[in-house]
Design a protein around this ligand. Structure first.
Ligand SMILES: [Zn+2]
Length: 357
């Protein structure tokens, strides 16, 4: 994924200063009122940042209403400094997409197999880092459970955040078709998973049919449901471990329940989570900012109050502070319990958050 800097950061920084200037001119520090909202930031901990820099950054996050961090790697220093600033520090974990050398070398049989018979262990779809595990194998579930337990055993880890918790994209977001030179107006066999022995046997035991015998596998409801259920089982098993640790479990998911099911077989409204962060990255779907509100509304409707939804937004998709403000407001107005930010959370972004209050 393209991690571009916020193209308008200089404009935003200027605006941030204006807003800060106004606040200090009022003479006293405003007491923070509780809005019931909770904002999050996805961050890859940068080992080069000093304690002082981190402390300043996380305090400024807290000040703007951010209450939690999802850290992509383990860095005790980052976790502890964030916590000291008042933030929750959760570990963001790549779940089904696992390219660790030890697994690839020792357990190539754990990996998902396409309808063409290719394994993600040696022939990954689209990009080299797409190394999807098969969700139906008990060994895979055991492996992930151990991993989650190890993470949550650490006293400085407040929760687990599951990412890449799905099948590989059978259909990519439309803006990427050109990048890869693929027309995905229908499901193509090389991107359709998982047709390994385990999956085929399990499905056949249930239905009497081998999924490889379907002429139009994308039109078979029970084959789709089967695959939703494989991932649901992984999530709900990992959620139990988090519950045993009395620590929350959240997930980064595709933008709406309908899109998630259709393009990555992800049935997230049926998961036992404490919160969900749909990645409502409008630019990836050739959508406008207004779509953020529609996407949140759909998620809230299908969740039916099961757990809170935090709208994930991709900062580089916004062309101006005004657009960012509009996006955040639409998400909140449609029922989001907060925002989860991907991209550089600079002074300008924080200023927008503070302005919204
Ligand atoms: Zn499989």
């Amino acid at each position: 994924m393209n991690k571009r800097e916020f193209i308008k950061s200089s404009v935003l920084a200027g605006m941030g200063m204006t807003v800060l200037g106004t606040a200090s001119a009022s003479g006293k520090r405003k007491k923070k009122k509780s809005t019931g909202q909770k904002h999050w930031v996805w961050e890859n901990p940068n080992k080069k940042e000093s304690d002082q820099t981190l402390q300043k950054k996380y305090e400024s996050f807290y000040d703007a209403g951010i209450r939690g961090m999802f850290f992509e790697h383990d860095s005790e220093r980052h976790f502890r400094i964030a916590k000291k600033a008042g933030l929750e520090a959760h570990r963001w974990m790549w779940t089904m997409n696992r390219g660790e050398k030890s697994l690839l070398e020792n357990h190539p049989e754990y990996y998902a197999v396409s309808r063409n018979g290719d394994s993600c262990a040696d022939k990954p779809p689209y990009v080299n880092y797409y190394r999807w595990l098969c969700p139906s194998k008990p060994e895979v579930l055991d492996y992930l459970k151990k991993d989650v337990k190890t993470i949550l055993d650490k006293d400085y880890v407040d929760g687990i955040h599951l990412d890449y918790i799905r099948y590989s994209d059978v259909i990519l977001p439309v803006t990427l078709w050109e990048n890869y030179g693929i027309d995905q107006s229908r499901e193509l066999p090389e991107y359709d998973f998982c047709y390994c022995e385990t999956c085929r046997t399990k499905y056949k035991a249930k239905t009497g049919v081998d999924p490889l015998d379907f002429e139009f596998p994308d039109q078979i409801p029970s084959w789709r449901t089967f695959r939703y259920n494989q991932i649901n089982n992984i999530v709900n098993s990992l959620a139990k471990i988090a519950n045993n640790h009395k620590k929350p479990v959240t997930a980064a998911v595709f933008p709406t329940p309908e899109i998630a099911r259709r393009i990555v077989r992800q049935d997230w409204t049926n998961w036992n989570l404490d919160g969900v962060c749909p990645m409502i990255y409008h630019g990836f779907y050739n959508e406008q900012v207004s779509w953020i509100g529609d996407a949140v509304k759909e998620g809230i409707h299908f969740l039916n109050g099961r757990f809170p939804l935090y709208a994930g937004i991709f900062i580089p998709n916004f062309k101006s502070p005004a657009e960012l403000e509009k996006g955040i407001k639409l998400a909140l107005a449609n029922g989001a319990s907060g925002i989860s930010f991907f991209g550089k959370v600079d002074e300008g972004v924080l200023a927008v958050l503070k302005k919204i209050g």
